[in-house]
Design a protein around this ligand. Sequence first.
Ligand code: PLP
Length: 389
Amino acid sequence: MYIMGQEEVDAVRRVIESGQLFRYLGGNESESGRFEAEWASKIGTRYAVAVTSGTAALITGLVGMGIGPGDEVIVPAYTFMATALGPLAVGAVPVIAEVDTSLTIDPADVERKITPRTKAIIPVHMVGLPCNMDAIMDIARRHTLKVLEDACQADGGSYGGKRLGSIGDAGAFSFNHYKIMTCGEGGALVTDNREIYERALIVHDGGCAFRDHASGITTPFFAGMNFRINEILSAILRVQLARLDGMLDAMLTEKRLMMQALEGTGDFVFNPIHDVEGDCGTTLGMLFQTPGRMREVLANLEAAGVAASTPIDSGKHVYTNWDPILNKMGSHHPDLNAYHLAKGSVDYSADMCPKTLDYLARTIFLYTNPARSPAELDVMIEKVKSALE
Ligand SMILES: Cc1ncc(COP(=O)(O)O)c(C=O)c1O
């Protein structure tokens, strides 16, 4: 969500004038080191590693957990494709599970999709909506699976009083242009687990062995990559973090007002929310009885100038549009293609998750706006009521 002000401009200026753009130039005394400490504290984990994107956060998390060739990782059928690309990047294959009417991963289908090769689940807190983490953690415990929360769309949300990202073994966040907090492109991994943290540090920075903090790492060094964040992005993120609570509060307040005003006004139900207090409040889901009726109301909303969409149209967020995955093109080189390294067969088809397609095709999303006035909100609600007639 692009909410930026003079504070971000001042932060960028400060970094440029300091002459220190590389995060490890001054050891851990850096904007990046401070952001990591502040983010870990906000989410409630021991560790945070700031990285270049949410995708990088997912990859560092999976490497941190030791996921690799021959392993299967369960992901939801409704999420940005990056959630499924993460396992492929580390040599594992994504197994696609249905979402339920909450539009988050269906625990019952997760359980059905478990095989002897399953090593991890990536529940995704889509559009700021918390997954059913009690059910997911219960499945993970019973089957000895790791849980990597994809909280890329849910910066600052919570479930059962715990921040999203702190409930599973690790959590991944994105700070790209469209996310609740943004620095253009960025991400972070959080965890309480020292081994995951050390492995994430190593993979995110191929030069890790040269850094001041290398002597504290007991994990044997392996070849890493470069997902290092830079000082300008971290400085922006520190300002964005200071805005976060206010934004979440404003969005959730608006969402509650919208729900109160729209409850019982038409032939829809709200998509269920697993924790109404922990919901980020970015998006309100309205579930209609048929795709035809959904389209009719959506057209009315568009004609009235109300910002609205349907998740079935959200391109790479729907598994049927994940071409590299459906075609099993898991890598740029055949010898690195996770599908060739797999120990069992994973099959995909466009109709493999019919419930997901049905729910997405019957849902309309309305959006909150922290910058909107109460009078503007009233006008918008009246337009939605008319669109439902
Ligand atoms: C649910 C989800 N997971 C992962 C990602 C990947 O994040 P990034 O674009 O920062 O790599 C995104 C971003 O769109 C996302 O929405």
